[in-house]
Design a binder for this molecule. Structure first.
Ligand code: ADP
Ligand code: MG
Length: 554
């Protein structure tokens, strides 16, 4: 009978372990992600080592990760056919926190073959211990590729672990089997439905196929196929592949309008695959409206809360996968990471450039896009000072020249009248209301285009977007009209008219009658049919914004 060797964890490990299990990850589901990513690492390592030592991969078996549940025994098993661990490697890798076997492997790798990069997931030695968030005992049975002896490591994750040699019949042919004896409050991890969902959500794009069996001996069904779509060259990806991937990643069932798939190299290395949806996501106008782009580190899902795009692009769905960040990056690190800030900037630029190109080359698709998401993009004119002119250039408007939202500001500038120096607009609730507005009469008479803005965001960006290519935005419901200065095709006029004595008398009467209700009563040439119209003062909110602010109780 073999006697297990008792080992105490390296000094501080148990303290660290306690801290880590209770604070590093708030979401317990991630233990599975950690085990799966270790298993995938192990498969990648074997893949790499058997390049130089083909005898290691004995039967040429395809790399595979198998998850087996056992409701009665209350266990969850993660098994791989990867590189495995020798006794010393177990002591080294599982008894020590600060030193990660993966990191040692990486160092060796770099020393051996500069330039060659195996795709190794973790770089920090904390992942494995997350098993103790859900298990009160963990067994690791492993046989290193090319070795005759298999070993079993067991621990309750408190102060010590033991190691014992086991018969080959009890071990994987090569590779590692991790057995979690689940705590009472972690029983849900024996439910196939639950575990399958976690695997799909967290590890759906791990580069090794994952199979799941409901109980020991039961047939294992494939949950993921091990292919990370975004790593393939574009030429090998069909539209169907992209669409399926989009549906998986977005949880939406429509057909995306387009995708933006690129690999950034140089200072930062990442791959992005982003989609412009073909319909409005249901939560587009939610108060809690952040984006849903997923962050991967070396194909391991990290979070969908990394705000990889600004809020005004929150409808974009997809992933960013980078090799520049550690796998166990925390929320705080994500918020402050300069690497992520650079990635965010890069992805934002690429998305906007792609949309610009679409606007130039494919008016029909762009029109669909703008109808769906234009109102969201315009939030950026208000929010994102740096990209304001780019966003204005992207924007399309309805106007007195076209009641479809197809007019760009470039179109507007091109068609300006001689002597016209401003971009005129009017904001309101609906196109009908605006089209009927008396303020438009003089502009129509002179053939001067006026933008008809009906989204509530329009009342906001027009307050801080001063101009486009040097031409100021000017509300026609505000201040004096300068129609007199513009050469038009009719006799509509501005506000610089002399009042006749009769009119002057009427104005005096009106001022007295309306009293505090209005700031002033003036003669205007901006009307051609109506007798009067209301105008807001030159400075301060325009009429529509006044209404919105009143509605908001301000
Ligand atoms: P990391 O993956 O960041 O290195 P972990 O705590 O997740 O840290 O794992 C510690 C080490 O244990 C790994 O680096 C690896 O050497 C070893 N290990 C864990 N799981 C496996 C496995 N399934 N196969 C082979 N080695 C493993
Ligand atoms: Mg790991």
């Amino acid at each position: 009978e073999r006697q297990p060797e008792q080992h105490a964890f390296e000094a501080d490990v148990s303290r660290l372990l306690h801290m880590m299990v209770h604070s590093v990850y708030s979401d317990k589901d991630v233990f599975l992600r950690e085990l799966i990513s270790n298993a995938a690492d192990a498969c990648e390592k074997l893949r790499y080592e058997s390049i130089s030592r083909p005898q290691l991969s004995t039967d040429g078996a395809q790399p595979e990760i198998r998850v087996t549940l056992n409701d009665e025994a209350s266990t969850l098993v993660v098994e791989d056919n990867g590189i495995g661990m020798s006794r010393d490697e177990m002591i080294d890798a599982l008894g020590t926190i600060a030193r990660s076997g993966t990191r040692a492997f990486m160092e060796r790798l770099e020393a051996a073959k500069a330039g060659e990069k195996a795709e190794l997931i973790g770089q920090f030695g904390v992942g494995f211990y997350s098993s103790f968030m859900v298990a009160d005992k963990v067994d690791v049975i492993s046989r290193r590729a090319g070795e005759e002896q298999a070993w079993k490591w067991s621990s309750d994750g408190k102060g010590s672990y033991e190691i014992v040699a086991v018969d080959l019949s009890e071990a994987p042919v090569t590779g590692t089997r991790v057995v979690l004896h689940l705590m009472d409050d972690a029983k849900k991890y024996t439910s196939k439905w639950t575990v399958e969902k976690i695997i799909r959500d967290q590890s759906g794009h791990v580069p090794v196929p994952i199979r799941l069996a409901e109980k020991e001996g039961a047939e294992a069904s494939q949950v993921t196929d091990g292919a990370a779509l975004w790593t393939k060259p574009k030429s090998e990806i069909s539209k169907q592949d992209y669409d399926d991937f989009y549906r998986g990643v977005s949880g939406q069932y429509d057909e995306p309008l387009t995708n933006i798939h690129f690999r950034a190299e140089g200072r930062h290395e990442y791959t992005a695959l982003a989609f412009i949806p073909g319909s409005q996501p249901f939560d587009l106008f939610d108060a809690d409206r952040h984006g849903r782009m997923k962050l991967y580190v070396k194909r391991v899902f990290i979070t969908d809360e990394a705000e990889l795009l600004p809020r005004y692009l929150r409808f974009v769905r997809g992933i960013v996968d980078t090799s520049d960040l550690p796998l166990n990056i925390s929320r705080e690190m994500i918020q402050d990471s300069p690497i992520l800030a650079a990635i965010r900037k890069g992805v934002t630029s690429r998305v906007l450039t792609a949309l610009e190109k679409m606007g130039e080359g494919d008016a029909e698709t762009f029109g669909k896009f703008w109808d769906l998401f234009g109102a969201i993009v315009k939030e950026g004119i208000y929010d994102d000072f740096e990209r304001r002119s780019q966003l204005l250039k992207l924007s399309r408007f309805r106007s007195t020249a076209s009641n479809e939202a197809t007019r760009s500001l470039a179109d507007y500038l091109r068609d300006m009248k001689e002597g016209q120096s401003a971009i005129y607009y009017i904001t309101g609730l609906s196109l009908d209301q605006l089209n009927a507005s008396p303020q438009l009469e003089g502009f129509r008479a002179k053939g001067i285009e006026v933008l008809l803005l009906t989204d509530s965001v329009d009342s906001f960006w027009t307050t801080n977007a001063r101009d486009f290519e040097g031409k100021p935005f000017k509300s026609i419901t505000q201040g004096l009209s300068d129609l007199d200065d513009i050469a038009g095709n009719d006799e509509g006029g501005g506000d610089k008219h002399e009042a006749s004595p009769e009119v002057a008398a009427f104005i005096d009467f009106a001022r007295g009658f309306l009293g505090q209700e209005v700031a002033d009563v003036r003669v205007s040439g901006r009307l051609t049919e109506s007798a009067v119209c209301l105008v807001a003062s030159e400075h301060g909110p325009d009429r529509q914004l006044e209404k919105i602010l009143q509605g908001a109780g301000r």
